[in-house]
Design a protein around this ligand. Structure first.
Ligand code: FES
Length: 159
């Protein structure tokens, strides 16, 4: 599930931490990095490593937008739906991306290339509306800019 070296590093950090539960997100992200999402089995293992109840881990995972409890596509698009982006038209841009990719929010394209998810504020309010793909944030979105950005992903990946 976890590469041995990553697991060993996490176990050292957990052993040294005053409050191991503070590492819950790091541990979950490590499992997610290894498998693409946080499976039920990974969640149970993370809870055991942290000596926490699995329900506590589940609560944190549910709260944290960037922990995926279901398998996702190779590229995860988070469209900001917080207030500034919403005022600047993020809702219609989300609709546009849905139509363009042929999926609804929360879904993954049939080829597994994109998953589309709403997100809380991405910290790009001064460049709203914004979205994040994988770990990169894109601001000043328009339909044309979205077309350009997604075309780059299409070009960079074999079909
Ligand atoms: S409200 Fe969208 S980036 Fe802050």
């Amino acid at each position: 599930m976890l590469p041995e070296q990553i697991r060993a590093e996490l176990e050292i950090r957990i052993a040294e931490a005053d409050h191991p539960q503070e590492l819950a997100v790091d541990v979950m992200l490590a499992f997610q990095e290894a498998a693409g999402y946080l499976s039920e089995r990974a969640l149970e293992t993370a809870a055991a490593m942290l000596k926490m109840h699995s329900l506590e881990i589940e609560e944190i995972a549910t709260f944290y937008t960037f922990i995926y409890r279901e398998p996702v596509g190779r590229n995860v698009i988070h469209v900001c739906d917080s207030v500034i982006c919403w005022l600047d038209g993020s809702e219609s841009l989300m609709d546009y991306i849905c139509r363009k990719l042929g999926i609804a929010p929360g879904q993954t394209t049939a080829d597994g290339k994109f998953t589309l998810l709403p997100a809380c504020c991405l910290g790009y309010c001064d460049r709203s509306p914004a979205m994040m793909i994988n770990r990169k944030v894109y601001g000043h979105l328009s339909r044309d800019r979205i077309d350009d950005i997604l075309a780059r992903f299409e070009r960079e990946e074999p079909a």
